[in-house]
Write a protein of this length. Sequence first.
Length: 306
Amino acid sequence: MDSSIKKALKWVLFWMSMAFLFNAGVFFVEGPDKAQEFLGGYLIELSLSMDNVFVFITIFTAFGVPLAGQHRALNYGIIGAIVFRFIFIFAGVSVVNAFHWVLYVFGGVLIISGLLMYRKHEENKDLGNHLMLRGLRKVVPVTDHFVGNQFFTKIDGRRFATPLFAVVLIIEASDILFAIDSVPAVFSISTDLFIVYSSNIFAILGIRQLYFVLEHLHERFRYVRYGVATILTFTGLKLALIDIVPISIPLSIAFIVAALTASIVLSVLISKRRPPRQENAAQEQGEEESYPPQNLVSRPLPEEGE
């Protein structure tokens, strides 16, 4: 294993250790019930963070973002996630406390999200035609290449945005979509503002290092998204049936751990049995593609006033 991956993995384990240490503090200060709520919320958010990372990998690969640009984009993505989660959590807790029936709506949203995730197939999406990028081109001209890790540059005295700025905008938009799933999911465990937000933050803190681990190993964890889909569907059903068939937090934690573990084990077993020639073919196909993709770089720059 590459030394950089080992270092990233150590940081992932460090942040997980900090989360469990914090959970121990919650146990001694707030009691076992709140500690169970934090642990359940953290595990849900950690599993959803893994799916978020796969989305980041897709975006960075499609745009051919250089390593330095990935670091900067991830930093902004984490900051955006922290801000948007706080907004959604604070608003969500207030709404849930005022209108209990909103939990049923959240449950329905999660069930639909989980079922849709089962149907998603890995495919090369034309991110060069992303709505955010098209909108950006109408506001400011965009260069056809990256300029280090800069968001803007000047060419002949004219200010241009770089594709990295478009990538960050897309990531921030995805942060909002992730919050729509993750915040209702943690509400299936707790509606305590402190528990909900702290569990979210601890899951987000390690996402940068988790990205660099899964970026190199995502082929071996391709079925993890189905584990995440199962968890989303389960939490949705738990919210929808909260007043009919209440599910205890320990049982929820056990289910989340089992689903995530099973998806990881299945991914590893299948990747080991995958014929080498399929892997080579996939690599050769990837080498034929040029990054950034042609649908991004070959497009002529907009004229003034366009």
